[in-house]
Design a protein around this ligand. Structure first.
Ligand code: UDP
Length: 336
């Protein structure tokens, strides 16, 4: 974890989805910067054991009355970080209504509750998957958004809703378009633990550790130098850091921004596998198979706007640090 960056001065901040992978790291960083994260979660994906830095409120955003009541009970809070959502791309293709219900309806209820309680500042986690298939790399925030997956479509719908709330009611917001969140806190006590795990780095580490079967590599016929998909991997503590920088910028008068959160570097699936073999000293057994539905060929950020608007630059996102911290966390969790 980095040194504190901004004194939050005992301030309470609502973190919706604070029991999740990114949420737990954001909460820890809020606490390290002198604030108190109030976690709103229903543990549909998050974990009770990851809530350790402030109070917990059991709320499902799909329940409008409950969501409004939870906000009324915390109507002194000024800033909300919204990270709760369904994220598994394949699940979205199989169950679009469930995705829209959880992600979009949840966001509608959240915004209504914020308006009712005059809670003015929102930081929202969107995704690079809102951009869609394009050759224009690195991606600028001004790129056309034409998402390919249900997941990306739900996040884009929420981005639009937030923009409309800004225009209609003066909501202040920062929308972050995350690239690939990865790595774990150096303490090893929090990290990525989705169930089922669908992400590349934990799945490749699992295969390297000899747990379960070989990793499945989804698609070797993409239009990239080695045929596998290219992504921009950013350390979860850099994502957390950017949230603190966003709060600082909003305190200084920032009213609205859409910002990429990436490093600007793209790595292919095969490059990640090779880096994992180097860091762990273990081979990653894999089977190359067909493409996974919903995957885009290449996604990496132009990261300049986050630097100029909120002063954010990644500090933890070397590939080696990402893989080493993820490996430390998983080794402890798996007992290997
Ligand atoms: N991937 C893979 N095998 C896995 C998980 C992921 O080959 O078990 C590939 C996936 O097709 C994509 C890249 O790794 O090209 C990153 O996928 P991930 O799910 O980690 O993140 P996404 O980019 O989908 O958010």
């Amino acid at each position: 974890m980095s040194t504190p960056t901004y004194n939050l001065n005992g301030r309470d901040i609502i973190v919706v989805g604070g029991g999740g992978y990114i949420g737990a790291h954001v909460c820890k960083m809020i606490a390290e910067n002198g604030g108190t994260p109030i976690v709103f979660d229903n543990f549909s994906a998050g974990h009770e054991h990851a809530v350790k830095w402030g109070p917990f409120v059991d709320v499902d955003l799909r329940d409008r009355a409950d969501t409004i009541a939870a906000f009324r009970n915390h109507d002194h809070v000024e800033s909300v970080i919204h990270l709760a959502s369904s994220i598994e791309v394949g699940e979205g293709e199989r169950d679009p209504a469930g995705f829209y219900d959880n992600n979009v309806m949840g966001a509608i209820n959240l915004l209504m509750a914020m308006r009712e309680t005059q809670t003015h500042n929102l930081i929202f986690s969107s995704t690079c998957a809102t951009y869609g298939e394009t050759q224009n790399m690195p991606l600028l925030e001004s790129e056309i958004q034409n998402p390919f997956s249900v997941y990306g479509k739900t996040k884009l719908a929420i981005e639009h809703l937030i923009q409309s709330y800004h225009k209609a009611y003066g909501l202040n917001y920062v929308t972050f378009r995350y690239f690939n969140a990865s790595g774990a806190d150096a303490s090893g006590d929090i990290g990525e633990e989705h169930d089922p795990e669908t992400h590349l780095i934990p799945n490749a580490l699992k295969a390297a550790a000899g747990l379960g079967s070989k990793m499945k590599l989804f698609g070797t016929d993409y239009d990239t130098p080695d045929g596998t998909c290219v992504r921009d991997y950013i350390h979860v503590n850099d994502i957390a850091l950017a949230h603190i920088e966003a709060i600082r910028a909003m305190d200084a008068g920032l009213t609205n921004a859409e910002l990429n959160l990436g490093t600007g570097e793209g790595y292919s699936v095969l490059q990640i596998i090779k880096a994992i073999e180097e860091v762990t000293g273990l081979p990653v057994p894999y089977d190359a198979g067909p493409r996974r539905e919903g995957d885009l060929t290449k996604l990496y950020a132009n990261a300049a706007k986050a630097e100029s608007v909120i002063g954010f630059t990644p500090q933890h996102s070397s590939l080696e640090n990402i893989i080493q911290t993820a490996w430390n966390f998983h080794k402890t969790k798996w007992g290997v």
